[in-house]
Write a protein that binds this ligand. Structure first.
Ligand SMILES: [Zn+2]
Ligand SMILES: [Zn+2]
Length: 198
């Protein structure tokens, strides 16, 4: 389904040869992207300017929006501010001419209409970072119980630390005891030897 919002009518622009400005505001969804399984979505403000540059037509666009996604560490909601811009040549297509859609370095003008949806979606996707965090120092999830560590330490984490410390202290005291026993027996043997020498 084509979204008519993105079909810019350039009839007047082609006649008066001045510039044409468009503003599109749209809430866009980008599901199933590498960023996260849920992808991302956001409220985007898109400004477009179509202008003549040396008898050729150029489309310039700037896109800005607050993007909602999920944190790569803890899966909680995460936000980031997207801002990007692009410029692409516009190529006219005659009514009986077949569209060569393989060239994505240009955008086609068909019967006075410029469909900008694909170029806008592509530019948004290209300016999304590979990983977004809910906060810079997100602690992520506990690998054992899956609790969000940003909300507090989980019980299993506390336990493992305690068990490790207890084990270490036990070992240490056993080692110390053994050392004392060895020293004692060594000195007793020495005494014994001395005694037997006499
Ligand atoms: Zn997080
Ligand atoms: Zn845990």
């Amino acid at each position: 389904m084509k979204n008519s919002k993105y079909a810019l009518d350039l009839k007047d622009f082609l006649e008066d040869k001045k510039t044409a400005e468009f503003h599109i505001r749209d809430y866009l969804h980008f599901p199933n992207l590498l960023l996260s399984e849920e992808g991302f979505q956001g409220d985007f403000h898109i400004h477009l300017l179509v202008s003549w540059v040396e008898e050729k037509i150029l489309l310039s666009g700037s896109i800005e929006g607050e993007v909602e996604t999920t944190c790569v560490r803890c899966a909680d909601p995460a936000l980031f501010h997207l801002q990007t811009s692009f410029t692409i040549p516009v190529v006219g297509v005659a009514k009986d001419q077949e569209m060569d859609l393989e060239d994505d370095e240009v955008i086609y003008l068909e019967h006075n209409l410029l469909d900008v949806e694909q170029i806008i979606r592509e530019n948004i996707i290209l300016s999304v970072p590979l990983s977004v965090l809910c906060q810079e120092d997100c602690l992520g999830l506990c690998p054992v119980c899956g609790q969000n560590r940003n909300l507090g330490q989980c019980a299993c984490q506390q336990e493992t630390t305690d068990i490790r410390m207890e084990g270490f202290q036990e070992k240490l005291s056993r080692l110390l005891k053994e050392m004392v026993v060895k020293e004692e027996s060594a000195s007793t043997q020495k005494e014994d030897v001395q005694v037997s020498k006499k």
